[in-house]
Design a protein around this ligand. Sequence first.
Ligand code: PLP
Length: 287
Amino acid sequence: MTRTVYVNGEYLPETEAKVSIFDRGFLMADGVYEVTSVLGGKLIDFDGHAVRLQRSLDELEMRSPISKDDLLEVHRELVRANGIEEGMIYLQITRGAPDDRDFVFPDPDTTPSTIVLFTQNKPGLAASPAAQEGIKVISIEDVRWGRRDIKTVQLLYPSMGKMMAKKAGVDDAWLVEDGFVTEGTSNNAYIVKGNKIITRALSNDILHGITRAAVLRFAQEAQMEVEERNFTIEEAMQADEAFITSASTFVMPVVEIDGAQLGDGTPGRVAPRLRELYLEESMKTAI
Ligand code: PLP
């Protein structure tokens, strides 16, 4: 099926959507993005994603080409036009397409930002079989740049990390810097010891996950203990449970780290409960 996508103010069939070869997103990865999930035809955590998008733009001194209200309208129209019940909406804003390649930022008055949105249809996203079985991860060195709190489209190393995982016969990789886990290639990382959920504190070292914020809030409301601190791969291998969070995986149990099985190698008690809680609670505020 040909998707309807959104490019710079227009809804178009995906086959007719075009962006300039001089676009700075294409030439320099000078762009930011967001991924919002759709469940029951509604947007999950839209507000959180819109706020983080604005923060990413501000940090890079990039102008937004669209208001928050209009952005919501575009998301909704794409969900409607493409008949999305479960899936994702990808949004990207770049610093636009000046007349030529230049390291210096173009004048935003003469070079407007580029905005692109498209849908990804994923029936069965919430009832994913991977969530029943859990996923396996390896650890790799974190060699990304120092502003991982900005959600930029520079995704080559995360992509390489996924390939290293694939070659190792597992599902994903956790990134390690100075001996401590930062996060997953495209998700935040957690371990569980006893009744305590342990995850790295927010800083420029990791992306401030929208799912992370919601899950930690729901966990605390459910009287679970949360500790925001660094942890090593060795500590993770000794944990009772581990899991990841992201807009597209929600809460996903991790059952093996660097070949070491956690517990009995099946998802424990906490991660599946948090997944249930997250899906239940976030549906209540879906728009
Ligand atoms: N960390 C990284 C590096 C990511 O790329 C992502 C999502 O793409 C996340 C964490 C999770 O963020 P969110 O829950 O907002 O999807």
